[in-house]
Design a protein around this ligand. Structure first.
Ligand code: SAM
Ligand code: 2KA
Ligand code: SF4
Ligand code: MG
Length: 258
C-alpha cells in the first residue's frame, strides 16, 4: 500500500518527533535501480528525515520538507511480505538516523530477507545489514544560496560540517559488505573522490578496491540524466571506477514509488 495515498495518516516529521515505529515516507515494490544489485526486485522502505540537505535530493519530502506516516514494525513487515521479493532496501532520508531501523533490520534478517541500507555514511549503527550502500556527499551537493531548492543558503554550513565523517565511514566499511556510490556531476568532483578514498584507506583496516567505488550520474529526471550520464561514464573509464546507471529513472522518470 502506498503510504502517501493515506491522507489521514500523513503528518509533518517536525511535528511528530517521537512515537512508536518508524516515520515512513513511502513503501513500494520496484527494481533496485542503483549499484551492484541493479535490476533485482526489491521492496523499498523510505524513512523520513535527514541530517543533510543536498540541493539535488531526489527525495525532497524526506529532507527539505519531510512528510511521513508512522508505522509499527509488524505493519511494515506485513506490507513487505505482501510483495514477491526477498530483497529489501531501507532508504530515506537518512535511515540510520532512526534507532528503530535496527529492530526492523533484525526482524527482516530473522525472516530471511537480504537487506541493503542506502546511507549517506555519516552514521554507523550495529545491525544485520547485508549491503551498506554508502553515498558520501561531495562539496558539489552543498545547498548554497544559489542552488538550494528552498531558502537562502541557511543549510549550507550545517550540511558542509556534517557531510563527511571519516569515523562513521570507516566503521561502516569495516562492519559490512559495502559499495561507495558517489553522485557525480562532472570532472570537478573527481579530485575530492580521490582525496576522500585516500583518507579512508589511511584510517581503515579494510581494503577498499576501486571496483567497490561507483560513480552515479547526478539527475533526478531523464532529461537531467541525459546531460550527465555520458560524462560520468567516461570519468568511470578514465579513473577505473565502476559506473552505475539509475535504472528506475530510465524506466519511470521521477514518478513517486518507483
Ligand atoms: C535519497 S538518498 C537516501 C539515502 C541517503 N540519504 C543517501 O543520500 O545515501 C538515495 C540515493 O539517491 C542518491 N541521490 C539523491 N538525489 C540524487 C540525484 N539528484 N541524482 C543522483 N543520485 C541522487 C543518493 O546519493 C543516494 O545514493
Ligand atoms: N528503483 C529504485 N532504486 C533505488 N535504489 C536506491 C534508491 C533510493 O532512493 O535510495 C532507489 C529508488 O528510489 N528507486
Ligand atoms: S543525504 Fe540523501 S536523503 Fe539526505 S538530502 Fe542528501 S540525498 Fe537527500
Ligand atoms: Mg531514489
Amino acid at each position: 500500500m502506498p503510504v502517501s495515498d493515506s491522507p489521514d495518516r500523513e503528518c509533518v516529521a517536525d511535528r511528530d518527533p517521537g512515537g512508536e515505529g518508524l516515520p515512513i515516507n513511502e513503501l513500494f515494490y520496484s527494481l533496485q535501480g542503483e549499484g551492484t544489485l541493479a535490476g533485482v526486485p526489491s521492496v523499498f522502505v523510505r524513512t523520513s528525515g535527514c541530517n543533510l540537505r543536498c540541493w539535488f535530493c531526489d527525495s525532497y519530502h524526506t529532507s527539505w520538507e519531510p512528510t511521513h506516516a508512522r508505522m509499527g514494525l509488524e505493519e511494515i513487515v506485513a506490507e513487505i511480505e505482501s510483495h514477491p521479493a526477498d530483497h529489501v532496501v531501507l532508504t530515506g532520508g537518512e535511515p540510520l538516523l532512526h534507532e528503530e531501523s535496527v529492530a526492523l533490520l533484525e526482524t527482516l534478517d530473522e525472516r530471511g530477507y537480504h537487506t541493503t541500507v542506502e546511507t549517506n555514511g555519516t552514521i554507523h549503527r550495529e545491525a544485520p545489514i547485508d549491503l551498506a550502500s554508502i553515498s558520501p556527499k561531495l562539496e558539489s551537493s552543498t545547498p548554497t544560496a544559489d542552488r538550494d531548492p528552498k531558502g537562502e543558503g541557511e543549510w549550507a554550513q550545517r550540511h558542509e560540517d556534517a557531510r563527511i565523517d571519516l569515523e562513521a565511514l570507516s566503521a561502516l566499511v569495516e562492519d559490512y559488505a559495502f559499495q561507495l556510490k558517489f553522485v557525480v556531476t562532472d570532472a570537478d568532483d573527481m579530485p575530492e573522490i580521490r582525496g576522500l578514498l585516500a583518507d579512508l584507506r589511511r584510517v581503515t583496516s579494510e581494503p577498499i578496491h576501486d571496483e567497490d567505488v561507483l560513480l552515479m550520474p547526478e539527475g533526478a529526471t531523464r532529461e537531467r540524466l541525459a546531460e550527465t550520464r555520458e560524462r560520468v561514464a567516461e570519468l568511470a573509464m578514465e579513473y577505473g571506477f565502476r559506473y552505475t546507471p539509475r535504472l528506475h529513472v530510465d524506466l519511470w522518470n521521477d514518478a513517486p514509488e518507483t
